[in-house]
Design a binder for this molecule. Structure first.
Ligand SMILES: Cc1cc2nc3c(=O)[nH]c(=O)nc-3n(C[C@H](O)[C@H](O)[C@H](O)COP(=O)(O)OP(=O)(O)OC[C@H]3O[C@@H](n4cnc5c(N)ncnc54)[C@H](O)[C@@H]3O)c2cc1C
Length: 298
């Protein structure tokens, strides 16, 4: 791998032997052999081609806000998209590269009197990550505003897909199944009243601050809500608020959040997720589905 990486030109920012805990919102994860920042979509495509041709393992990440990397070394390349951050505004149409912060975009569009991204104003991911998993909140999600997504497919072709070809469903898109890498996204927003949009965002921010343990590292809600029920309520009713394994704790503020309270390892978090899942299964016969993604555990 080292000699392949050495072939990359100076436009790439390359870091080696970096702790993944610096790149995930849970603040856990072992060392990654390489973290590489492509400076443009073209450079990302070039990098992915090179890694694929040389059978080098890689993982594209946005803000690491839905990931649980194990403490093992990641013997491959983590591709960070922070430098893919161009955005073009044309009336109510926004074309934005995958590395752009969703929160930043939500605030910017709100200030332009554009409505549609209010749901994303509290989701700490990048647009590529939100699109990949059709992130959402408050009964809205990316599928409501996406017009087109430009992806790199498995054969290294750049392809543009319309919304209806994205296979959007609850917290998923076709990207995981087809191993598509999101390069840029075209969104269609609606003209609205700027003050009302900003007030809604403010209101939701306050709700999140009151209801969620945002003062601690986490990756948001752990489990999907079963039909007609709330995972947080099920967990709370089992008396599990405040229950800890190692440094990982079921939040006392919101039982569907696991927080890194005290230098937790990824393994502490995983064990706690499995424990909660098992208790819910025993008590209610319900199989909770974890919304967070485990990486590098096999
Ligand atoms: C405090 C907090 C609150 C949250 N609230 C919500 C919420 O309300 N709703 C919600 O849905 N989620 C929420 N989340 C979870 C998380 O922010 C979202 O799932 C978000 O979409 C993840 O984006 P990311 O850029 O961090 O992706 P990452 O966590 O970096 O990656 C997630 C997955 O997407 C893939 N991926 C990332 N970028 C690309 C790309 N460009 N192309 C292809 N694949 C890519 C990665 O490989 C990985 O498989 C919350 C998280 C936190 C910490």
């Amino acid at each position: 791998m080292n000699n392949v990486i050495a072939k990359l030109d100076d436009s790439y920012k390359i870091l080696d032997n970096e702790l993944l805990s610096k790149y995930t919102t849970y603040k856990v994860g072992g060392v990654a052999k390489y973290i590489i920042y492509p400076s443009s979509i073209e450079k990302l495509v070039e990098l992915v081609k090179l890694l694929r041709e040389n059978n080098i393992k890689f993982k594209v990440i946005g803000n690491g806000s839905n990931l649980i990397f194990s403490s093992k070394e990641y013997d491959g390349v983590i591709i960070k998209l922070n430098e893919l951050n161009k955005v073009i505004y044309e009336d109510n149409i926004v074309t934005v590269e995958a590395g752009y912060s969703a929160i930043k975009l939500a605030i910017e569009t709100a200030n332009m009197g554009l409505s549609g991204l209010e749901f994303a104003s509290g989701i700490p991911g990048a647009i590529g990550g939100l699109t990949y998993m059709n992130a959402g909140a408050y009964l809205s999600d990316m599928s409501r505003i996406v017009d087109e997504v430009t992806v790199l497919d498995k054969d290294n072709n750049v392809v543009t897909l319309k919304n209806e070809d994205m296979g959007f469903a609850y917290r998923r898109s076709i990207c995981s199944e087809k191993e598509y890498i999101v390069l840029k996204v075209k969104l269609i927003l609606e003209h609205g009243n700027k003050d009302e949009i900003l007030a809604l965002i403010d209101n939701r921010r306050n709700r999140r601050l009151n209801e969620q343990p945002l003062e601690y590292p986490s990756a948001g809600s752990v489990f999907r809500n079963p039909e007609g029920l709330y995972s947080g309520k099920l967990i709370e009713d089992l008396g599990l608020k405040g229950y800890s394994i190692g440094g990982a704790t079921v939040s006392t503020k919101h039982a569907n959040f696991i927080i890194n309270e005290n230098n937790a390892t990824a393994e502490d978090i995983r064990e706690l997720i499995l424990y909660v899942k098992q208790r819910v299964k025993e008590e209610y016969g319900i199989d909770l589905i974890c919304e967070q993604e485990f990486v590098n555990w096999e």
